[in-house]
Design a protein around this ligand. Sequence first.
Ligand code: KG4
Ligand code: ZN
Length: 340
Amino acid sequence: MTMNLILGIESSCDECAAAVVEHGKHIRSSIVATQIAYHAPWNGVVPELASRMHTEWIYDVVQQALSEAHCTLDDIDGVAVTSEPGLAGSLLVGLCFAKALAWSSKKPFVGVNHILAHLYAPQLDHDIPYPYLGLMVSGGHTLIARVDAYDDIAILGTTIDDAVGEAFDKVAKYYNLGYPGGVAIDKLARNGDPRACRFPVPNLYKGEHTYDVSYSGLKTAAIYQLDQFWNPAYERTNENLAASFEKAAIDILCSRLFNAAEDTGITTIVAGGGVAANTYLSSLLASHSELTVYFPPLSLCGDNAAMIAGLGYKLLARGDRSPLTLNANPRVKAFRRITI
Ligand code: KG4
Ligand code: ZN
C-alpha cells in the first residue's frame, strides 16, 4: 500500500489539532484549535477541562482538516496520533478518536511520540541532514539531544527540575503578567532592560551534569528574592523584570547548547517546542554564525498535528503499525542518554 496522505491528530495538552500531510513533507492542512482562553482564568492548563473540550471539539477539527485538504477519509492512507507523553485524559481523546477512525475505515494506524514529533517539525519545510542537535523546549520538556534519525535521539542534557516554559509560566503567573506566561514575558521583555536584575546562574558543571539545566533557583530568585538581585539604578517595572528573567532563562539553556555543539562538533541546531518561539532565543542563536540554526515557523513551534502526520508518515511508510489496543502513556519515554 502506498503511503501518500496521512491524517495526524494531536491532543496531548491544550491544543486540539488535526492535519493532513503529503509524503511527510507537504502540509495540505493544519488546524490548531487552542483552548488558551478557557484556561486563562486559572493561569494554567486545567487537565479535566482540557480533555472535556477535546471531546467536544475533535470531530469538527478533524472534519475541517480533511475539508481544507480537499479530501475525505477515503483518500487518507494512514492515521497517526500522539500517544505519548502528555496529559492522560487529553491524550486519550485523540487516541480513541484516531483508533475509531482507523478501525472503521480499515486504515493503517500508528501512535507517535510528541517529543520526536517536535524535533521532526523543521523537516516539514526543510531537508535537514542528520545528525543535528535538537533543542526541545516547551512547558513540559527541556531537552538537548543529538538527533540521529527521525526515530532515534540520544539525550545530552535535560532539566533537573522545572521545564524552561514552566519557569516562564510560573513567574508570569506570580506577577500576573499574562497567559501563556512565555508569550507575555517575551512581549514585555522587548521594552525592558535585561541589566535591571542580575539573576544567579546555576552551577551544574560538575559530574554527569555537563549539559543539564536547572530552573528552580532562577524561579525562586525571581519570585521570592527579587529585592536581593534588583539593581537599584533601574526602575522596578514588569518590562525590566521580564527582560532580565528572559535573558537569564535563555542564557542558562544556550550556554549548555553551545558547549554541546563544541564538544560534539555538531553545528546544526534544530529548535522545537513552544519556547522556540522566543524572540531573544532566536536572536541569540542567529548571532552565532558558526551554527546553522533551523527554527520551525511559529505555526509549527507550538503543539500542532502536522508534525504528528509528518513523523507518522515516516513510521507508517517503513511498515510500523500500532495495535488498536495501544494505550496513552503520560510519561516521557526513557530515551538513550549519552555523555561526550
Ligand atoms: O510546545 P508547547 O505549545 O506545549 C507543550 O508544553 O508541550 O509549549 C508551551 C510553552 C508554554 O510554557 C509557553 O509559556 C511557552 O511554551 N512559550 C514561550 C513563548 N511562546 C510560548 N516561552 C517563551 N517565549 C515565547 N515566545
Ligand atoms: Zn509540545
